[in-house]
Design a protein around this ligand. Structure first.
Ligand SMILES: [Zn+2]
Length: 675
């Protein structure tokens, strides 16, 4: 970053002896939480801030240095200013333009393969790792009041704490740079972030008011981000390497009969690429308990301690769903060590007051996606009469005093931990070494047990014919007391009640091909999701589109070619609806704050329409035998690994001796739609 200036005295503090000893993660976070901008302001005219694709001009106004503790970390400006941001990555341009139109009042300027976003501002907070000094001329009024109001407003944004990249840089990547701009007073309010920790990347977000129409006052105060642009030096088509990988998780969960639970978690961590001393995780702070009337009770998950294997307490900062843990000295690259987390809270949420709870998402400390590749050992102790379910091979299911206890083990690397307990009845059956366990909510449903067990086995046997051996030895099929969705973590299939109810099942033909199709889609996720993993939101089609396509093959061979043709026609029409919005790779970037229904239509149109449609086109082109060989080889090559679309193109080229990159350039990263 260039051309940043402020008073010499303030900059000197940066090099003072007091700042020389490295403070802890927790101490640094506390300083950033209590930033100060005191003293007289200095006049500034016509200065520029340039960073990556962002250029801001402080036309005319006043600024004061901002300090974290004694250290100057930036400045706060009030006055007249403006900025220009250029989005120049051709893959993201359609999504940038769409989100700007749907989520802002801006009018983007179109250039030759770029878009320029412009706005003015009256307030700017600059936080940076590289403050440059200039001569002082501070005769202006203090800006304390404006700074306080600015900080309060920006603190309402639901995002990872702004301090975290600065802490990572300071303690773990001193050669890297970080710049954060908080921009307000123009047509919109923005956060711009540019950092070079483990690769150069920048992001421009617009900040907007509440996303949910809920009655809760605390929730209403929250502000949300819409990402307008995200550009980096990295090629989007390549796998983004993680900073570290979690290779094993062993946890004990103790669940009361109410809301309270305690978790003890041991994670095995392997730093990647270089020695590392700060580790960043996602870990939920607040679970939402939404009642039927729209009121929200916020429940907390509190991290009590983080320890090294020898019992040493480690400093950490846990806020807004993000966790940083600091080590006293860097841990060697490629060498495993353990962290022990103690967690407690009232985070057992019973949806709409039902008699079950489900933990998913970042209920355990989890790294970024490509760092999730762990075996698991679960011990779940639940107050009776709730029955617990966790994925993996059952090691023990027993009663211990007032508790139902379950121990499971997953011996292959997975990325998506879940646990559920509730008022359930279940039956299980083992055929040829695979156990299918069907659990119904609140009452026993012998007919459903039988029907769903048979259906599951027939889908599994069908997939084994061209995708290889079923990846898990036990599959839990669990009824969720709701309608219209399914979800498939490792060894698990959550499916809503219409699958269990024969009458509802008939009425449910609306859902793409009915319950059987959805069931087949969810079971396919054990291959596409659990075995071959998506490395991030830009490759989600590897899970959703591939599962959807395999489910359609099941329908084709179970019910007939006509049903398959109908699905292809439906995919194509859904693809047409969504095709002008964004490429499939950016389906998850689509953000329409004022029309969530259309947002969902476009996103699913790409992932569940255009994605499987592209697979049907490839299938038709290469023929049945080559296409099934392609699916099988992909499963075999990327078994328990992260796949990419680039690898998909590479494998197709290998099998057909034809270059498939142009097809994916045009139709996956581009806006093409083949006939
Ligand atoms: Zn799915």
């Amino acid at each position: 970053m260039r051309n940043l200036f402020w008073v010499a005295a303030a900059a000197l503090a940066f090099f003072s002896p007091a700042a020389a000893a490295a403070p802890s993660v927790a101490a640094l976070a506390a300083r950033y939480d209590a930033l100060t901008a005191t003293g007289a302001s200095a006049q500034v005219r016509g200065e520029r801030i340039e960073s990556g694709h962002m250029a801001a001009v402080l036309t005319d106004g006043w600024r004061v240095p901002v300090r974290a503790g004694d250290v100057v970390v930036g400045f706060f400006f009030t006055g007249k200013g403006s900025f220009e941001y250029r989005a120049a990555d051709p893959i993201e341009l359609p999504a940038v333009e769409f989100n700007v139109r749907k989520a802002t009042s801006l009018n983007p300027e179109k250039g030759d393969r770029f878009l320029t976003l412009k706005d003015s501002f009256t307030e700017l907070l600059v936080l940076t790792t590289s403050p440059d000094p200039v001569a002082a001329d501070s005769g202006g009024a203090p800006l304390d009041g404006a700074f306080k109001a600015h900080r309060e407003w920006f603190a309402r944004i639901q995002e990872s704490p702004p301090s975290h990249p600065f802490i990572l840089q300071r303690l773990d990547a001193p050669a890297a740079s970080v710049l954060r701009l908080e921009i307000s007073g123009g047509q919109e309010t923005y956060v711009y972030l540019h950092d070079s920790i483990d690769g150069d990347g920048e992001r421009l977000d617009v900040i907007r008011k509440t996303k949910y129409s809920l009655a809760d006052d605390e929730v209403k105060k929250r502000l949300w981000r819409t990402t307008l642009s995200s550009q980096s030096a990295r090629d989007r088509r390549d796998l983004k390497p993680a900073r570290f990988v979690v290779t094993d998780i062993a946890y004990t969960l103790r669940a009361s009969d109410g809301r309270d639970a305690a978790l003890s978690v041991a994670e095995t961590i392997v730093p990647l690429g270089r020695p590392r001393s700060v580790f960043d995780f996602g870990l939920t702070n607040t679970h939402w308990d939404v009642t039927g009337t729209g009121f929200v009770r916020l429940r907390s998950e509190r991290l009590r301690s983080v320890k090294a294997e020898d019992g040493t307490s480690l400093p950490f900062h846990h806020d807004h769903g993000s966790l940083l843990v600091g080590l006293p000295a860097p841990a060697a690259a490629e060498k495993a060590f353990k962290l022990i987390f103690e967690i407690e809270g009232d985070f057992l949420v019973r949806p709409q007051g039902d008699n079950f709870w489900l933990l998913e998402g970042n209920w355990l400390p989890l790294p970024e996606r490509t760092g999730r590749s762990f075996t698991m050992h679960a011990t779940v102790r639940v107050a009776k009469p709730f029955i617990p379910f966790a994925p993996g091979v059952t090691k023990s299911r027993r009663v211990d005093g007032d508790e139902n206890v379950l121990e499971t083990e997953i011996a292959d690397p997975v990325d998506f931990p879940v646990v559920l307990a509730g008022n359930y009845r279940y039956q299980e059956e083992t055929r040829d070494g695979i156990t299918v366990r069907v659990a119904s909510y609140a009452m026993s449903r012998p007919n459903a047990f039988k029907k769903l067990t048979n259906l599951a086995f027939s889908v599994i046997r069908y997939y084994e014919g061209f995708l290889g051996p079923f990846p898990v030895r036990e599959l839990n099929i669990i009824e969720i007391n709701d309608y219209g969705w399914g979800q498939a973590p490792p060894g698990t299939l959550f499916i809503t009640q219409e699958a269990f109810n024969p009458i509802m099942g008939e009425a449910n033909q609306l859902f793409s091909g009915g319950v059987n199709h959805r069931f087949a889609h969810e079971i396919a996720h054990q291959y596409w999701g659990t075995v071959v993993k998506s490395p991030g939101p830009e490759e989600q089609w590897l899970e959703e589109s591939f599962a959807e396509y395999c489910a359609a093959l099941f329908i084709r061979d179970a019910r007939g070619k006509g049903d398959y043709e109908m699905l292809v026609a439906r995919w194509r029409s859904r693809a047409k609806t969504a095709n002008d919005v964004a490429p499939i790779a950016l389906a998850n970037r689509i953000d329409m704050p004022n029309d969530r229904a259309m947002e969902d239509e476009y996103r699913t149109g790409l992932l569940y329409g255009k994605g499987p449609y592209l697979l049907s086109v490839l299938h038709r082109e290469v023929g049945e035998e080559t296409f099934l060989t392609f699916l099988k080889s992909y499963q075999k090559t990327f078994r328990w690994k992260f796949g990419t679309t680039k690898h998909v193109a590479g494998l197709l080229a290998f099998l057909t001796k034809k270059d498939y990159m142009p097809f994916f350039e045009a139709n996956y990263w581009g806006m093409g739609l083949p006939r």
